[in-house]
Design a protein around this ligand. Sequence first.
Ligand code: PEP
Length: 252
Amino acid sequence: MRKKLIIGNWKMNFNMHEASLYLHKLMNMLPSHRDVEVVLAPTILTLQSLSLQINRRIAKLAAQNCYWRDSGAYTGETPVAHLRGIADYVLIGHSERRYIFIESEKDIRLKVQAAIRNRIRPVLCIGETIQERTLGETKDVLADQLTSGLANVTAEELGEVVVAYEPVWAIGTGDNAKAIDVKKATQMIRRHISHLYGKKAAESVRILYGGSITPASAADYLAIDELDGLLVGAASLDAYQFKEIISKAHKG
Ligand code: PEP
């Protein structure tokens, strides 16, 4: 049974002091929900100090990005190997990385492989642009991004991978996708992974939705059977809103 996963992506927000205050507040508000895994993705600079402060029974940490080589002359990059013992997850191929920092499919594929090699779970972000959606290309875009992003992953490693469906047009725009469209995209994603690896292996992958989620819209997505959780940007910057979203994932 796949455990629900709620990730808060802080993007480039919160300095050390602010991040620490937020974490203190959230740790005091959240019980350790055994049926929901909570993950925070702070900036790289705050990650290590938060790792010393966080109660891992309540929440875990993710990096927002990484480099795929373990060491070398790559000024400014963070090797995924250095995340070990600090972060449990790493976001890979977020649309802001793909479209602002022009990350290629090859970069993304190598990062996914490096994360698995270093026992950090990759959260592979995929999704169509508004132009691709208008042209009816969503299914092909998702299939291509999955085929490429997972190209170096074996069936045995697949259970370590999380896929986040994040339509580019829904991120940071307030224009969240309809639950019915998220359901269809989730089905397309699992069907394609099944096509690549077989049904059993595909069942081990957790699939999330991300894009302008609010406490008011979260429940509709969490009611989708095939969906395993949410990747939350702006609404995760408010500990109370994030807690409300998490509580909707908690059953019983
Ligand atoms: C994100 O950054 O992954 C995201 C979904 O952002 P927002 O919730 O702000 O759209």
